[in-house]
Ligand binder design. Structure first.
Ligand code: AMP
Length: 283
């Protein structure tokens, strides 16, 4: 595997390749990331991965400084997966001047859910992803459904800018107890790690209620959301949101849409101690 930090050198190595498959990450790689590498291999060749902890997408009080950086272990994992190039730019490589041009996703997608609780997050994500696409010029790029809203926003960005990149979704990989793998899981204490699977259980309970609601029209959607938030809070979580949304655009779901069989998704973000976890479940 070639490890490259310089944009020009990356371009030189990829010259003539028009089927490259790209997986951007922030490193501290786990099975979820590696499943995306395998998916990338099915959709193109060569596979290019990137590791870059993107300052632009972190808020002032977020974990940019403490975000786990494990480059040596990451390199070994990517080598085992047969990744051809690891693009691992420094901040000076990727942002030689302050990044003044930014990609601002539309409010109705970028400022809801994650965007409401992490202002500017998706602007930072879109900006770095567009720049990484410009560096790698992949034919396809793979993103995890774990970050459901991010996947949707990037798909739409690629579409709106007519980028010649197919966006491929990868399923969420979980620990045996159901907790979605995440680099941030390493922040959890032993007790918190034991509690963490309750987040996916809460999503499953909401899904049950939504299905009951569809069959029997018992409660309202917002009552189901509130009940789920309250029961997580009772267990000591600080939920930011549990939201039942339409899969197509993440707009709030109504009882009518539910009855009409529109595909819905439940999205959540909640803090356990100092660790903020996100997850989602399609209905
Ligand atoms: P990150 O390093 O957190 O920026 O994630 C890089 C990519 O890996 C993103 O497309 C994520 O959605 C994806 N990803 C993160 N966790 C998982 C997981 N548990 N299963 C599948 N994909 C994941």
């Amino acid at each position: 595997m070639k490890i490259i930090s310089d944009i020009q050198e990356l371009r030189d190595h990829l010259r003539g390749q028009n089927r490259a498959s790209f997986v951007p990450t922030m490193g501290n790689l786990h099975e979820g990331h590696l499943s995306l590498m395998r998916l990338a291999r099915q959709h193109g060749d060569p596979v290019v991965a990137s590791i870059f902890v993107n300052r632009l997408q972190f808020g002032p009080n977020e974990d940019f400084d403490s975000y786990p950086r494990t480059m040596q272990a990451d390199i070994e994992k990517l080598e085992k997966e047969g990744v051809y190039i690891l693009f691992a730019p420094t901040e000076r490589d990727l942002y030689p001047q302050p990044q003044e041009y930014r990609v601002d996703p539309p409010q109705q997608l970028g400022d809801i859910l994650e965007g409401e609780f992490r202002p500017g997050f998706f602007k930072g994500v879109c900006t770095v992803v567009l720049k990484l696409f410009s560096c790698v010029q992949p034919k396809v790029a793979v993103f995890g459904k774990k970050d459901y809203q991010q996947l949707m926003i990037i798909r739409r960005m690629a579409n709106q800018f007519a980028l010649p990149v197919d966006i491929i979704p990868g399923e969420t990989i979980r620990a045996e107890d159901g907790l979605a793998l995440s680099s941030r899981n390493s922040y959890l204490s032993v007790e918190e790690r034991a509690e963490a699977p309750e987040l996916q259980k809460a999503l499953k309970a909401v899904r049950e209620r939504v299905i009951q609601l569809r069959d029997r029209n018992t409660q309202s959607i917002s009552e189901i959301e509130k009940e789920a938030i309250d029961s997580l809070a009772k267990r000591g979580w600080q939920p930011d949101y549990i939201a039942i949304r339409q899969q197509s655009d993440l707009a709030p779901a109504s009882n009518e849409q539910l009855q009409a069989g529109k595909p819905l998704v439940i999205l959540t973000a909640a803090k356990l101690g100092k660790t903020r976890l996100i997850d989602n479940l399609e209905i």
